[in-house]
Write a protein that binds this ligand. Sequence first.
Ligand SMILES: C[S@@+](CC[C@H](N)C(=O)[O-])C[C@H]1O[C@@H](n2cnc3c(N)ncnc32)[C@H](O)[C@@H]1O
Length: 196
Amino acid sequence: MILNKIEKMLMNNNIRAFIQRHFEAKLLFNMGGSASNATVLEIGCGRGVGVEIIYDIFGAKNIHAFDLDSDMVNIARKRLYKYGDKLNLWVGDVTNIQSNDNFYDAVFDFGIIHHVPNWIDALKEIYRVLKPGGRFYCEEIFEAFINFPIWRMLLDHPLENRFDYLKFINGLKETGFVIMSSKNFYQQFGIFIADK
Ligand SMILES: C[S@@+](CC[C@H](N)C(=O)[O-])C[C@H]1O[C@@H](n2cnc3c(N)ncnc32)[C@H](O)[C@@H]1O
């Protein structure tokens, strides 16, 4: 689901970039380690800050990234031109990833799967495109956060069939992932490191 105007404002600013780099990425790195020399996919890359973080902090060799929203991909393309042919960027849907099976060493998710109505299909696609032994670095938002009255009023999220920490862990396991590490932050959001 494409973000509404308010959520785009909340995502496309330097405070969000600071939180993503200095809090979320740090947690993912501490729990999942580096992705040095890896071929990486970022799902729902938004304006492209995650790609910079995956190069700078995780040490990726090549990154592929996509987002459902062509406006976001256009912003990301301008921001990320410096990476030249080390980056492949496109408009796409996480429930139908335009990549071969068993292709990536790692997949990164900075909070997009809670925007996907059929989120189990997203997990199945991520599993499909990861190499055996590949790693899923995931930060996700839970239903308690989505249902908080102010966010329900201001933001657009799918509301049916949502997940909390345990449902998400079960979804990962049912898809075939092995959970290497996970943390639940006050039932609001969580960090998951899961291997294929
Ligand atoms: C909350 S924003 C996060 C953006 C970015 N990852 C960040 O952390 O700043 C969610 C992003 O997921 C994208 N998105 C939503 N549904 C998607 C789907 N089915 N496939 C790919 N991207 C999707 C939205 O367009 C949006 O850019």
